[in-house]
Ligand binder design. Structure first.
Ligand code: SF4
Length: 702
């Protein structure tokens, strides 16, 4: 049962939206509603909430909720739905092998849900075919971290942004996508007028308003820019020789590759480029924050490493007020990484390709099987569904039929799959409509567990409302299917606290291999301690306070040294040309979240930007004969959408931008991921969601 945190029945919980992970004080009104305010005691937000977080009360209730299981469109019992799910998965595995089934999960899941899903697929089904919508969010950062540090370790903390003298925001619209962290930066800049901000983004955004310098670089040219910075660091004699000598491998080759690259591809003026180089090299305390503009690219992993290279060369890592810092998009993208909920990871930052790691996890789980290689990453997974290689698919807490690149093809692939299970709060999502079995899941405010935010802080989400209808928690549904598949003892969880203790204990096994992720100090939490768990940042020492990584110059590679990589600029995969002359960028808006399943319930949030639009440069609009608010057809080799033209110089010539949120429920012609090319980074498997190519024409209703 959830624990009230004060006498007036106010619950301390965590916002379900972005990776800032703000603490929320939520008070049930006894009639199914709640009031919310920011939690002043939470270290992420210190009482602040953004528009989305402060509208949470408008998004609870029974409207549109899936209240009972459904099989083939008809109401069923839980027993019927779970028996059928277990039977179909068992039969498919028996006939076609473990890789013929897959789970597609979500950075919205709680860590306990994620852990059970990963354990069921990797340890017991014996396939690594579990991937997540976080693949679309930060997989390139995971790959970049692992290449440089040996583990997926985020070195940054939010207070670093307040202590920095220069914040460089790369591919990050912090003001809209991580609003409370942005508010903290704004407040710090007001307190310390000497603090500077550089915004690196092909598009001018709300974040650019805060910037002292905005670099509208050519889309996809970040590696060339940071290679140029690395050369400048060397030529100005700013290399931290002692740090590089003691703690870094690969310096010479990285510099050699950087010298061979050409910053001209960034399209920046000499004046802007010089200003950037002088500000970065002239400031000791630099934090480089990066997000989806870096990650969602066919060169995303290289972009990450190009940033890390500059911080490693100067020793600007692991100390207060400086360092590279990836901010995650989703509320529990980090928790998903920790439990290994990506097709190429094992649990607790252990490596799936490492036989000793596999053996240790297998022993810990007492598992009958363990895959020896990575499974299908998101884009590949749905291609395998389309090809008929994956015949049974379970989608949990996400909506790939509208959010995956090449979304029409993904929707068709799911529709054609032999057996599809969808667990969700709503039956009305594009993906839920394709399910053979629909399972009603609890959502924010109803479920209990933990999430980890962008700065590695683990916080509790607490259930403060009863589960509606027959809805059940995801960890419970997954465990029940595990038991019905024959693993009764291994999935005999009764509470999320039991799952958490097991997961924390497994992190101790990982720590035995010298891995970074260790929360084993929490493995002995009593139920009441788990219910009352305060936010805590890992690594967690014996007295349960969080530490900092890399300040000692020690990394998690075989040599103990970080690696700088030799990198070369690569242009986006899709090329513009006469047929598709526009570069197509996608992203979030301030007041909607993902495919709007929750935020669209708030009338207040829908007032901000009420309908989908296409930002287009005024001169391009004039050439096409477009007036503001004209309807335009946007067409790519993959698909077509209908949007309203918004002429603005926030985008450059021959570049257009559209928000990603609208689905068939709200604007069936504006499913913009149907336009996005399913081209991925070869290292991370993350799709290039910001650099497809399209043509734009005035919509002619006739
Ligand atoms: Fe929620 Fe993110 Fe807003 Fe904080 S900044 S209230 S976590 S959406």
């Amino acid at each position: 049962a959830p624990v009230a945190q004060s006498n007036d029945c106010t619950f301390r919980t965590t916002c379900p939206y972005c990776g800032v992970g703000c603490g929320v004080l939520a008070t049930p009104d006894g009639q199914g509603g709640i009031t919310v305010k920011g939690d002043p005691a939470h270290p992420a937000n210190k009482g602040r909430l953004c528009s989305k977080g402060s509208s949470l009360a408008e998004t609870v209730g029974l409207d549109g909720r899936l209240l009972h299981p459904v099989i083939d469109g008809a109401r069923s019992t839980w027993d019927e739905a779970l028996d059928l799910t277990a039977q179909k998965f068992r039969e498919t595995i028996a006939e076609h092998g473990p890789d013929s089934v897959a789970f597609y999960v979500s950075g919205q899941l709680l860590t306990e849900d994620y852990y059970v899903a990963n354990k069921l697929m990797k340890g017991f089904i014996g396939s690594a075919n579990i991937d997540t919508n976080s693949r679309l969010c930060m997989a390139s950062t995971v790959a970049g971290h692992r290449r440089a540090f040996g583990t997926d370790t985020v070195p940054g903390m939010y207070e670093d942004l307040e202590q920095a003298d220069l914040i460089v925001l790369v591919g990050s619209n912090l003001a809209w996508c991580h609003p409370v962290l942005y508010q903290r930066v704004v407040a710090a800049k007001q307190d310390r007028p000497g603090m500077k901000v550089i915004n690196i983004d092909p598009r001018r955004t709300a974040t650019s308003d805060l910037a002292d310098l905005h670099l509208m670089l050519e889309p996809g040219s970040d590696v060339a820019l940071f290679n140029r910075l690395l050369v400048e660091i060397v030529d100005r004699g700013l290399v931290d020789e002692a740090f590089v000598s003691d703690s870094v491998d690969g310096f010479d080759k990285a510099v050699e590759a950087a010298r061979a690259d050409d910053a001209a591809v960034t399209g920046l003026s000499d004046e802007d480029l010089t200003a950037f180089l002088e500000m970065w090299t002239g400031t000791e305390k630099v934090v480089t924050v990066f997000s989806q503009g870096v990650n969602q690219s066919t060169s995303g992993s290289d972009k990450v490493n190009s940033i890390l290279n500059c911080h490693l060369a100067t020793g600007r890592i692991g100390k207060p007020g400086l360092g590279p810092f990836s901010v995650t998009g989703q509320p529990n993208a980090m928790g998903g990484r920790e439990v290994g909920g990506l097709a190429n990871m094992l649990a607790c930052h252990l490596d799936i390709e490492n036989a000793e790691h596999r053996a240790a996890v297998r022993k810990f789980w007492d598992a009958p099987a363990m895959p020896e290689a990575a499974g299908a990453k998101a884009v590949d997974m749905f291609q395998r569904v389309a090809d008929g290689k994956i015949k049974a698919l379970w989608v949990i807490c996400t909506n790939p039929a509208v959010s995956m690149p090449d979304a029409d093809a993904v929707r068709d692939a799911i529709a054609g799959c032999d057996f599809v299970v969808v667990s969700d709060m709503f039956a009305t999502t594009d993906t839920a409509k394709l399910a053979d079995v629909l399972l009603p899941a609890t959502g924010w405010g109803e479920k209990d567990g933990t999430v980890t935010n962008s700065e590695r802080c683990i916080s509790r989400q607490r259930g403060l409302l009863p589960a509606p209808g027959e809805a059940r928690h995801d960890w419970d549904i997954l465990s029940d299917v595990g038991r019905r598949m024959g693993w009764t003892k291994e999935f005999d969880y009764q509470t999320p606290a039991e799952v958490f203790r097991e997961y924390a204990a497994l992190s101790g096994v990982a720590a035995g291999f010298g891995r970074d992720f260790d929360i084993s100090a929490l493995s002995d939490l009593e139920d009441a301690d788990y219910d009352g768990l305060e936010p805590v940042r890992w690594p967690i020492n014996a007295v349960r306070t969080g530490g900092r990584f890399f300040g000692d110059g020690k990394f998690f590679t075989d040599t103990g040294k970080a690696k700088m990589l030799p990198l070369t600029h690569r242009a986006p995969a899709a090329k513009t040309g006469p047929k598709y002359p526009f570069r197509f960028n996608t992203g979030r808006i301030r007041d909607q979240w993902h495919t709007m399943t929750r935020t669209a319930l708030s009338g207040r949030l829908s007032q901000h930007l009420a309908e989908p639009f296409l930002e287009i440069h005024p001169e391009d609009a004039a050439e096409l004969g477009l007036k503001p608010a004209d309807l335009v057809t946007v067409e790519s080799p993959q698909g077509r959408a209908l949007l309203r033209a918004l002429p603005t110089d926030r985008v450059g010539r021959k570049q257009v931008f559209a928000p990603m949120h609208w689905t068939s429920e709200y604007a069936s012609a504006a499913r913009i991921d149907a336009l996005v090319r399913a081209e991925v980074d070869p290292v991370s498997g993350q799709p290039e969601s910001k650099a497809s190519v399209v043509k734009v024409t005035r919509f002619n209703a006739a």
